[in-house]
Design a protein around this ligand. Sequence first.
Ligand SMILES: C[S@@+](CC[C@H](N)C(=O)[O-])C[C@H]1O[C@@H](n2cnc3c(N)ncnc32)[C@H](O)[C@@H]1O
Length: 298
Amino acid sequence: MIGRNKCLNNAKKDIDDEYYTQMVYIEDELKHYKRHFKGKVVYCSCDGPESNFAKYFKREYDNLGLKGLNISNGLDFRSPESVAMLEQSDIVVTNPPYSLFRLFFSQLIQHKKQFLIVGSFTGVTYRAVFLSMQDGVVMIGASGSDKAAFDCPDGKGGFIQKVAPAIWFSTLDSGVPVKYLELTCKYNAKDYPKYDNYDAINVNSVKEIPCDYEGVMGVPITVMRVLNREQFELIGCTEDCGPGLSAGLWFGRSNPNQSVLFGEYTKCNTDVWNGGTTGCMVDGVNIFKRIFIKRRKR
Ligand SMILES: C[S@@+](CC[C@H](N)C(=O)[O-])C[C@H]1O[C@@H](n2cnc3c(N)ncnc32)[C@H](O)[C@@H]1O
């Protein structure tokens, strides 16, 4: 938060970015990570003194055994001053602007920082996020929900509460295990058709994942919240999230010149490259973004 009263210098404030995190949401997640903070310097890098992240770490400074606390207080996270503070810190904890999430995330990965940050659930399909999750470097937080209540400016100098999609992304292990999914549905070719353009079957919801299918399945992105990696291999996601992400399942050919920014593919909509449509299709109909998984043999 660049202060609830103050705008970012030299930057147009994007109203969609002004979602202030409530204390209860921070406390409910942070309680799982206390052991990671001892002797560490925390950086709240999109926060002013009124941010609940800043308040939480000031209040819990001694309990957590922190070595230091940096608060960005209006700095652009890309500015040299903020990058210098990032370099001096061990763990970044904040809710960054949604409109700059890709850049923010890539910066943390580039600087090899530990972090615990709030983002929108669709972030799981961003190229850098997906690859980090596939590598097991980044995990989804302990909170079971993919929505949270935020305080948002009401345009009249006050705040209203809004519920928005939100999830924690972290390099720190919460220690809360992801349960095995209980699967009850059985595979049949009619309900689980093959895609026109990917070598996988389509599954319409997480609860419909068939218990008896051995091949690759395309499932809705919500699976990332409940995916036990001992139960399923995480193979890839659709190419419209970035060239090469489907691990060869796509029948088309990626364009190596596709725009990549900070190692991050920036276009997200269903897209036609030189090799064909990149969004999953069944009988010519586009299906929403999919994650590709395969059951491990037990
Ligand atoms: C989703 S809000 C969250 C605010 C605060 N971190 C919290 O959790 O309550 C994102 C904040 O980042 C600020 N912001 C926007 N662009 C920024 C930038 N380039 N660098 C740092 N902060 C930025 C916005 O003004 C906004 O206050």
